[in-house]
Design a protein around this ligand. Structure first.
Ligand code: SF4
Length: 382
């Protein structure tokens, strides 16, 4: 059967896939992690896994900020909402389950019980609405891509005093280091580094992967051809015994990143050890508002204690394998709840909520089913 490439440039894509097969034929098993949820979307939506040689395994990583937000902070937002404080958040956090069994399971349910929960498109919308003087909290979730937009108004003095933030911004290089340090039993031999995040932090922030761990790392764009080129580059490096950082997304990502955005983060927050859902505390992986901005820290303002080690016991719903999925140790289809108890319509675990969640992507766009189906049909002549 003829392989049809669902890309804008099928001829070039076919050439790259040919090269991938050629280089991979000289290698043993290679596991490559695509860090970012949007890369996982590209890989799954376009069936890129089905085009890979059998010895090239693509696994998703922790690049979905909604998936890794500890349930504790969702619980805090729900409790504040129930107590009459208006809670703002982004749409993909609305149905994110918290951890506590004693309160509504997510902000959507809290709203249905009468709490004032508002979905906003940006922090500016929340600031505008908060100018009415009502006590308001913004549940701020995201990586380095969204952190400057949340934090900028704080350091510019644009946030009214009646508004504060639950800051759950997390940093991507530290979790990558954590995975490489702690899970050597399933070695990752290449990393497709996140493009959007790198536009802020700069390609240079990924140099440690090659230098400290001798692993190939490519900062990649999000078109299918970007991902294919990044996979080819990683395989070539492995074949040649090299481990280097390559910026495939140089049309957007600079070596030093966005200096203004980085300065906003540096001047507003301290970098601290921070919790990742189902995983635990990861050293120096989160942002905490500096003391001079503590009036804007909802936990300080309302006397709520920070997340502690005890909170991990029930961080994920029983049976949910999200931690393994976000660490690249399991596929969504390894979870017995996938697409029966846990569906896009009724998400049970956090990886089934956001459009960047691996379980949601696999449930909507095929994942393993698509891969199996295409394998049966396609006789790829590599
Ligand atoms: Fe968790 Fe649902 Fe994914 Fe299973 S399918 S790992 S319950 S999000």
């Amino acid at each position: 059967m003829k392989v049809s490439f669902p890309f804008r440039d099928p001829g070039i894509s076919r050439l790259i896939v040919d090269k991938i097969h050629e280089v991979a034929s000289e290698l043993n098993h290679v596991k490559i992690m695509d860090f970012c949820g949007t890369h996982e979307w590209t890989i799954t939506q376009y069936g890129i896994r089905s085009l890979m040689p059998k010895n090239v395994e693509l696994v998703a990583g922790p690049g979905c900020p909604v998936c890794i937000t500890p349930g504790y902070y969702v619980d805090v937002a729900i409790r504040l909402a129930i107590e009459g404080i208006r809670v703002f958040t982004f749409g993909d956090v609305y149905r994110l389950p918290g951890s506590s069994r004693d309160i509504p399971k997510n902000l959507e349910e809290a709203k249905s019980e009468g709490a004032d929960v508002r979905i906003v498109y940006s922090v500016s919308d929340a600031i505008k609405l908060s100018k009415d003087g009502r006590e308001s909290v913004f549940l701020a979730v995201g990586f380095e891509t969204t952190a400057p937009a949340t934090l900028g108004p704080i350091c510019r003095g644009e946030v009214p005093r009646n508004m504060s933030f639950i800051v759950v911004h997390r940093l991507t290089p530290p979790i990558t280091r954590y995975i490489l340090e702690n899970y050597p039993q399933s070695p990752i031999r290449g990393i497709i580094a996140p493009g959007h995040v790198s536009a802020i932090i700069g390609a240079s922030e990924w140099e440690f992967v090659a230098k400290d761990y001798r692993i190939s790392v490519v900062v990649s764009g999000f078109e299918p051809i970007d991902v294919l080129l990044s996979i080819l580059e990683i395989l070539r490096q492995i074949r040649d015994g090299r481990a280097e950082l390559v910026n495939e997304y140089s049309r957007i990502v600079k070596w030093e990143g966005n200096l203004k955005a980085k300065e906003v983060m540096r001047s507003t927050c301290d970098v601290v050890d921070a919790g990742w859902r189902g995983i635990g505390f990861v050293p120096q992986s989160g942002l905490l508002l500096k003391r001079r901005y503590s009036d804007y820290d909802a936990l300080t303002k309302y006397g709520i204690r920070e997340l502690s080690e005890e909170a991990w016991e029930e961080d994920l719903p029983p049976g949910c394998k999200c931690a393994e999925v976000t660490l690249g140790m399991a596929k969504p289809t390894d979870c017995p709840l996938f697409k029966n108890v846990c569906t896009p319509e009724r998400p049970y675990g956090p990886c089934m909520v956001s459009s960047e969640g691996t379980c949601l992507i696999w449930a909507k766009y095929g994942g393993d089913e698509l891969l199996r189906g295409l394998r049966e049909e396609i006789r790829y002549k590599g």
